[in-house]
Design a protein around this ligand. Structure first.
Ligand SMILES: [Mn+2]
Length: 483
């Protein structure tokens, strides 16, 4: 068994790789030198010989390595989720600013209020915590027989709603919270806070609260890469539908995750950019496991630095071309606006597919179209094959470099509920396959699959879908042999 595992995990079946490390872990035995074209390439082990749960949890159970040298393509995780606006890992609009009524309360009269620091995310992660606590508080009665306390006969109490926070800037959130609490305590009101980490140390009576950003165990898209890797154990190595033989054509590995700064979005972008500069410098094509959509911006910085302005195939429910949110220029709704600002895109070769949903304006596509992007609304995809559309896209992209950015929320929430900003009436998985397979023959220089939020993916099917789409992207890369 161990011998089988060894050969399966390293250079491919039948490659006869020797030494086997203790405990049966699948270590890469890949040398940093580029392989000769007829040399064996990394092969994911077959479930015919190696049980699926066995081995280190890498993408398709490929060898994990940190050095991109010698690789034609690599899977890379970017577990960033602090750019999300809604569910942690995806985004929702911040709650309406709470009406602080302390000014109308009588000062110094023992008034007590319940305030919340930012809406944490559903149920488990800090962001929507206050909401869930309020929901469940419906169960509570008014007196405490255990202690004999009669709080509502003694104090004037109200719910002051939520303190507005800056989801994308921890320091600014601290300022907003401090100012809100200064107003509350100024009139002698005792705050009882529903929240978590970021108010810590500021208020003695805090039940303690936190914004998702102050947490160090990430709620959502942050764990997307892990879940995608887990579900990728189901994938096999060839693609009978397209005839693609990716692992016989390319040297592929899993480069692990890029380290990010969970408490600073700008610094995370720098770390991601630098990591991708190293990857593309050696000619390796990155296939990224996100992470929220913010990650595409620093990745495209690295891409454009190497290739010049690139074409973009962007599949998403949203255009992600907002200018700012909460005063911040970086979050998962702005990446492509920032890319245009910096000249990273060849705007005449940008296509956005699957766009839909409610908006804050009646012409949410105006910016995209004003830049020359082609915007294909979800309505224009309903109930039809996207093969003809992709023929037009291929014509438009030509032979110059293009990048493929795929937000899982492009798909209908029926298929991909595990995401932060779901929109109804989206694409189907078969349309997603038509889009990705339609990229065959294009000069694809990088791909990503972003916004998988494991918290909302109870069945794992969203991550499974994401893993399959990444495999299809690998199969559509240049130089992949098809039979
Ligand atoms: Mn997006």
């Amino acid at each position: 068994m161990l011998r089988l595992l060894a050969s399966g995990c390293a250079r491919g079946w039948g490659a006869g790789v020797g030494a086997w490390p203790a405990l049966g872990l699948c270590h890469s035995r890949h040398s940093p030198k580029r392989q000769a074209s007829d040399a064996p390439r990394n092969q994911p082990p077959s479930s015919e010989f190696v049980a699926r749960p066995v081995g280190v949890c890498s993408m398709m159970r490929l060898p994990v390595q940190t050095n991109p040298e010698g690789l034609d393509a690599a899977f890379v995780g970017v577990p960033l989720d602090i750019g999300t606006s809604n569910r942690p890992g995806a985004s929702e609009h911040p709650p309406a600013k709470a009406q602080c009524k302390t000014g109308s309360l009588k000062e110094g009269s023992g008034i007590l209020a319940v305030a919340t620091v930012l809406p944490p995310s559903p149920a488990y992660s800090g962001r929507f915590g206050p909401r869930r606590i309020r929901e469940e508080s419906v169960m509570l009665r008014t007196v405490n027989p255990s202690t004999g306390a009669l709080p509502f006969q003694s104090l004037m109490v109200a719910d002051l709603g939520d303190v507005n926070v800056n989801l994308y800037n921890l320091q600014d959130s601290c300022r907003l919270i401090r100012e809100a609490y200064q107003n509350i305590v100024a009139v002698g009101c005792i705050p009882l806070t529903l929240g978590n980490g970021i108010c810590k140390g500021q208020h003695r009576s805090c039940a303690q609260g936190s914004s998702a950003m102050g947490l160090n165990t990430a709620p959502s898209p942050g764990f997307g890469p892990r879940r995608i890797r887990e579900e990728s154990v189901m994938l096999r190595t060839v693609n009978p539908s397209t005839g693609a033989l990716p692992f016989q054509s390319l040297m592929v590995a899993d480069l692990g995750d890029v380290n990010v700064n969970l408490y600073n979005l700008q610094d995370s972008c720098r770390l991601i950019r630098e990591a991708y500069q190293n990857i593309v410098a050696v000619g390796c094509i990155p296939l990224t496991l996100g992470g929220d959509h913010t990650v595409t911006y620093p990745i495209l910085q690295a891409m454009a630095q190497k290739h010049g302005p690139v074409g973009l195939l962007h599949v998403d429910a949203h255009t992600d071309t907002a200018d700012k949110a909460l005063g911040e220029k970086l979050y998962h709704g702005t990446p492509f606006r920032r890319c245009v600002d910096e000249g990273l895109l060849d705007c005449k070769r940008v296509v956005q597919i699957g766009i839909r949903g409610s908006s804050v304006t009646l012409d949410p596509y105006r910016y995209s179209r004003s830049q020359g992007f082609r915007v294909v609304l979800a309505e224009d995809c309903w109930l039809k094959s996207l093969v003809p559309l992709m023929a037009e896209v291929r014509q438009q992209m030509g032979g110059k470099p293009i990048y493929v950015s795929f937000d899982i929320d492009a798909l209908d929430p029926a298929y991909a509920p595990g995401t932060g900003t779901p929109e109804i009436a989206g694409l189907t998985p078969s349309q997603a396959l038509e889009i990705i397979r339609g990229c065959q023959g294009l000069n694809v220089v990088g791909c990503d699959l972003v916004e998988v939020s494991p918290l909302y993916d109870l069945s794992g099917n969203t991550a499974l879908l994401a893993a399959n789409l990444l495999f299809e992207m690998l199969c559509a890369l240049p130089k992949v042999k098809t039979v």
